[in-house]
Design a protein around this ligand. Sequence first.
Ligand code: BES
Ligand code: MN
Ligand code: ZN
Length: 493
Amino acid sequence: MEIKLREIAPLRVRTALLAVPVTDKSLKEGLARRLDRQLKGELGALVKKSRFVARRGSSLLVATHGAMPAGHVLLVGLGKHEEEGLHDWRVAGAVAAKEAGRVWADEAVFMLPPDQQTGPVVGAVAEGALLSAYRFTRYRSNDNQKSRVRALILGRTASGRSVALTRAVKKARLSASAVCLARDLVNEPPSTATASYLSEQAAAHCRGEGLKVEVWGKKKIEQMKLAGLLAVNQGSREEPRFIHMRYKPEGRPQKKIALIGKGITFDSGGLSLKPPRSMETMKLDMAGGAAVIGVMSVLPELAPNAEVLGLVPATDNLPDGGAQKPGDVIRYLNGKTVEVMNTDAEGRLILADALALAGREKPDCMINLATLTGACIVALGNELAGLFSNDGDLAGKLIECGRDAGESLWRLPLAAEYREDIKSHVADIKNVGGSSAGAITAALFLQEFVSEVPWAHLDIAGPAFAGKDQVTCPKGGTGFGVRTLLNLLSGIQ
Ligand code: BES
Ligand code: MN
Ligand code: ZN
């Protein structure tokens, strides 16, 4: 979909669909009122009849029947006046693009209110529209999906150039492409999306000025003593990969940041086998890794003033004759030993290697994303990710970036009270806690491998995968985390 910025006179523009964003207040004034007059009261009457109150995500479509050059007017709800945030604009952009497709519009205009013609709003609308167009159709023999609008024109009232707005559209395009790459990687069937596939995709998509990808195969992983990754990989026919991506801007960067993503390409549970229903969506278990690859892929164009290291340990978790067994002990690179009590708690085992390795680089902060625990879904559901951090500033920044991105993060405690729960009789620690606080004990396990550096762990088990269609994302991989991280990185200049 093309996104264009143009000066538009809404009552005179010839277009298939004119989208007009409204709040409960602006629904009765300004452009909405002028349109109602032009349509001889028909708009107002329909608003009344359908009880349209401009709720966020709602819309009202009216055919103009020649009363004005635009074929349809679409009121798009933003919610309550002065309560609307950036994510409401993102949803509005998505709704407008969707509805334009429904009336087979080739091109549609989204009219920006005069007081909202800013970079952040333009970026959010564009991003929403682009994200709503995502489909995963590679395996459909007849793609009878709804039609899609080819171009969305963001209408301004002022003329002339606006560098900030143009830049915002470009950023939205980058962000949407990063999110869609992450979605594609998650949606790909697990027998195709193996560890080597993931590394090939990373190499193919992470190109450009300042960006390098290095893939470690099994030999190198053995040399580097990544014991957790090797232990989890024992039960698999597929070789593991450790994907190493690095972006370096020109000159001396302001910050050095390490991003780490869980790359379990399929989680059967291993010998601690999952029941069938729990396995159905376990191709999602590399969503953290996919998000990191997505983010890295756009860094040459986004050009943040930070060195960014992206690490993705990748393997599937399967139960063949060589599989690790409950009771086995892993000896890690930092000297710590771990008793494996449950082979289904495999994510933390491979993240431990990567966290220890990243710590050696002495980054300013490290952030890991992982579909780590079902317990986090019990606690926060499918909309929010759990956020754990040893640093209040980093946690606060992430929450703020997440809010603007439309990705809600909720901070949970690294409660020292539960450290007891992961003590082992045989080794230093074990890989499962007690029967409760599962998201916390998993985070405490990770913390054992974090040195003295600001660190955040995002448990994205819930929001990484949409169980049903949403406006900005169809059922399947969501690319959760990508936009939050891009917000954080683009803030470093
Ligand atoms: N990949 C799962 C977590 C998960 C569950 C992600 C549901 C998305 C949806 C993880 O590896 C896992 O199996 N965790 C176990 C941990 C337990 C054995 C301590 C879990 O949550 O049950
Ligand atoms: Mn598991
Ligand atoms: Zn898992």
